[in-house]
Design a binder for this molecule. Structure first.
Ligand SMILES: [Zn+2]
Length: 400
């Protein structure tokens, strides 16, 4: 099957995940795509494919030579809730000529605005009708992995090691690795195949913490408050104003870390400030935590009681710290990317990935691109040629 046909089949499924849901998966419709993928894997002759109770799909192909490394590939089935993923109406633009693409009369996909289009001149692009997202993030990854599997199953002359395949749910809401079955997957290392420039392999991401600042005020009738009232909301504002203003996500980039105030709830009596703290460098993240602790100590001293208490939760870590101890996954991928005419650069992600969580849990898992661009919105598109090249890259990675 051509990769474009495969991709067009997958985007018919509405698989939007829901951050407000407490079920697993967060939306049951993700399981419909999971069932479809299991059937497709069975049709290829991969009988062991199955969906587990969490809606995740696992499958593997045994080695047909004495290659020892067990290598896995992972893509996620859900799409972002930032934009509708229902009734996606894709259209193929053949031999893209660099001009504006009218998705509909009101929505224009223009290279003047989206410079990444210039990377795809004379390629065939799949775009939306301007009303929904496309779902290239990450159905392009699924299409690439499935195309690799089909080629491996059809061509017996291809000598390869053990190949693990997994399709996960709820990546877009940060829960993709929560239920991942490392035992069933049983690989030495793996790759997420998810979004972005195909020239790049990403194995650096933020170290991440969450901080919750509880402010305990003293509420008194305002008419009778002199010398007694301590307004927790005002103290919360004071807390924030004591933090380094240059560590704001709105003015940081590259390797610069930040603290981001994600939520502020306040009354006179109590206030709560929620932050996420991010830095690629563990020591710098520790310094940022220290800064919050210092402000807490200052305010507790200044007010003469414990007005502030602070909770810090670790969220995930930079996978580089772990991957550097065993660079096989990077060396193998860079070689494969270069053999396919791609650059094989490494690039730091300003965020986390499911791969970062899995690496933390013991499965080294850098990310490979798919050729999908402008994710999470109606300007999303994928390049058919990029998906084809990445299929070749994956085959090279598992080949003896
Ligand atoms: Zn993704």
């Amino acid at each position: 099957m051509k990769i474009e046909e495969r991709f067009l089949n997958y985007v018919k499924f509405d698989t939007t995940s829901d951050p407000a849901s407490e079920t697993v998966p967060s939306t049951m419709k993700q399981k419909e795509l999971a069932r479809f993928l299991v059937d497709e894997l069975h049709e290829m002759g991969i009988e062991n494919a199955y969906m587990n109770d969490f809606g995740e799909v696992y499958a593997h192909i045994e080695a047909n030579c004495d290659m020892k490394e067990r290598i896995g590939f992972i893509a996620h089935m859900d799409t972002s809730s930032d934009c509708s993923g229902k009734d996606v109406c894709p259209r193929i633009i053949r031999d893209y000529d660099g001009s504006d693409i009218e998705l509909n009369p009101r929505v224009i996909l223009s290279p003047k605005e989206f410079k990444n289009l210039y990377r795809h001149l004379h390629q065939d692009l799949i775009v939306t009708d301007g009303n929904t997202l496309l779902g290239g993030d990450d159905k392009a990854g699924i299409a690439i992995i499935m195309s690799m599997a089909e080629r491996i199953m059809e061509d017996e002359s291809l000598k390869h090691g053990y190949i693990g395949i997994a399709f996960t749910c709820d990546e877009e809401i940060g829960r993709g690795a929560d239920h991942f079955d490392l035992q069933a997957f049983h690989c030495d290392y793996a790759y997420t195949v998810d979004g972005g420039d195909i020239n790049v392999i990403a194995y650096e991401n933020f170290n991440a913490c969450e901080a919750v600042v509880h402010v305990h005020g003293k509420s008194v009738h305002p008419g009778d408050a002199k010398g007694k009232m301590i307004n927790a909301s005002l103290a919360g504002m004071q807390f924030h104003m004591c933090l380094d203003p240059f560590k704001d996500p709105a003015i940081t980039e590259g390797y610069e870390g930040f603290h981001h105030l994600t939520d502020f709830q306040g009354k006179c009596d109590e206030a709560t400030l929620s932050y996420i703290l991010r830095d690629h460098d563990e020591d710098k993240l520790a310094a940022m935590i220290k800064e919050l602790e210092n402000v807490r100590d200052f305010m507790n001293q200044r007010y003469g009681y414990e007005i502030i208490d602070l909770e810090i939760h670790e969220q995930y870590k930079n996978m580089r710290t772990y991957i550097e101890k065993d660079m096989r996954c990077i060396d193998k991928a860079v070689k494969a990317l270069k053999e396919c005419g791609l650059r094989g650069d490494s690039e730091a992600i300003r965020g986390g990935t499911d791969g970062a969580m899995l690496t933390y849990k013991g499965l080294n898992c850098p990310n490979l691109g798919t050729g999908s661009e402008n994710c999470h919105g109606r300007y999303e598109y994928v390049s058919i040629q990029d998906m084809d090249v990445m299929t070749e890259v994956l085959i090279k990675i598992v080949s003896a």
